[in-house]
Design a protein around this ligand. Structure first.
Ligand SMILES: Cc1ncc(COP(=O)(O)O)c(C=O)c1O
Length: 403
């Protein structure tokens, strides 16, 4: 099992390539939660995520012959970019196998960092199979995304930075996918200060660690479903599981809606863009998925900021809906002049802004002389939504909230 010395050694090796990222006091989140919240902004790491740390440490610890033969990995996300840049910086050749439908932006970024990209298979598993074939055919070293002591130790350098920048840290909150990140961080912070609490966070649709801890062995999910694609992992690693079991205090889950709220809060209030996996630690704090005291010094790790713009659009919409800032509703009007105007007047009296409106007479669900209206509205929060719905009902409308 890795220890503090491994992380300290990793730090020497990654110092030239990985940035020491900021730890920023968040006035907004501290006020919202009553805790003393400092955000570890790994979103500002090179390549936009922490993965460069582990990859750099792994590649630096290869023998000269192994470095000469090059490395290979499979990834649809941040690990691909981390390995590509780490290898380029070390003068090592890297092949990265990505699923055929991997987002173009990620493929381009990985190539931009100097990796040779091979597109193969429908999903990560098929890409990984091909990567292992290349490992055998070309004698390259496979760089695992999490289940490798040197990768874990590299990610653990985040823990050293946190403890140095804020020795009074009481709780660190860390996302879990395969578990490499939290294994490294827990190893570093517990060695520096054993009383620091380490809380792991998984997406509800990709949770397996709590069940694995309960069962005492790694449990694999049949499927995963979450907007936090960085942690959409069916199972944690065998090595990481052992570290988690020994050094992580608590593992909680968050829903995608909670993640969307955290992500939009960071965007709007913190001017900080994170990806889904980068928002789950904050989501767990905001949704009170673990207990914390007033004034407790809490450090959520915002581990990555590489989000697909289409996904971002969806997440922002979900965040707005969840916080009562966006509402879609349906009602039925008599199909005669002036009816739509009367409806719009009620909405405007309540100062809701109409974003989109659809007026349909052809729907089979309504009477022949009725019209169905679907409205997308910008609202100012849950109280505003309630007042508007009351107003519409008082005016005689039957209203169905769609989102
Ligand atoms: C942004 C982000 N956060 C968290 C994780 C989880 O890291 P690990 O798989 O080491 O648990 C990942 C993994 O890809 C990630 O990309």
């Amino acid at each position: 099992m890795i220890d503090l010395d491994d992380v300290l050694a990793a730090r020497e090796r990654v110092a030239e390539t990985a940035r020491h990222t900021p730890l920023d006091y968040s006035h907004t989140v501290s006020e919202m939660t009553g805790a003393d919240v400092h955000l570890k902004l790994e979103t500002f790491q090179r390549t936009g995520a922490f993965k460069i740390r582990g990859a750099t440490n792994r590649i630096a610890t290869l023998s000269a012959a192994e470095q000469e033969a090059g490395v290979v990995t499979a990834s649809a996300g941040n690990h691909a970019q981390g390995v590509a840049l780490a290898a380029t910086r070390a003068g090592v050749d890297a092949t990265v196998v990505m699923p055929e439908h991997a987002p173009v932006a990620k493929v381009k970024a990985t190539r931009g960092y100097g990796g040779r990209v091979v597109l193969h298979g429908d999903d990560y598993a098929e890409a990984a199979e091909r990567a292992h074939e290349i490992e055998r055919e070309e004698g390259r070293t496979y760089v695992h995304a999490f289940d490798d002591p040197m990768v874990m130790a590299g990610q653990g350098t985040i823990g050293l930075e946190v403890m140095e920048d804020l020795p009074g840290t009481e709780t660190v909150v860390v996302p879990i996918g395969g578990g490499g990140l939290i294994s490294g961080i827990a190893t570093a912070v517990k060695a520096k200060k054993p009383e620091v609490r380490v809380v792991g966070v998984q997406a509800e649709g990709a949770s397996s660690v709590a069940q694995s801890l309960e069962k005492g062995e790694v449990v694999e999910r049949d499927a995963v479903e979450t907007i936090a694609d960085g942690i959409a992992t069916r199972r944690v690693g065998e090595l990481t599981f052992e570290v988690i079991r020994e050094r992580v205090d608590e593992v909680v889950t968050v829903s995608d809606d909670e993640t969307a709220v955290a992500l939009t809060t960071l965007l709007e209030r913190g001017k900080t863009l994170v990806e889904g996996a980068g928002a789950v630690a904050l989501a767990a704090l905001l949704a009170e998925r673990f207990d914390y005291a007033d004034g407790e010094t809490v450090v959520p790790c915002l581990c990555g900021g590489n989000i697909d713009l289409n996904v971002l659009t969806t997440v922002i919409m979900r965040g707005l809906v969840e916080t009562g800032r966006y509402l879609r509703l349906r009602t039925v009007l008599k199909d005669r002049p002036g009816e739509l105007e009367r409806l719009v007047e009620v909405i405007s009296t309540h100062r809701a802004n109409i974003y989109a409106i659809e007026h349909d007479r052809a729907s089979r669900d309504i009477a022949m002389n009725d019209a169905e209206v679907e409205l997308d509205l910008e609202t100012r929060g849950h109280d505003h939504v309630e007042a508007l719905l009351d107003g519409l009902r008082e005016a005689g409308y039957e209203v169905e909230v769609l989102v």
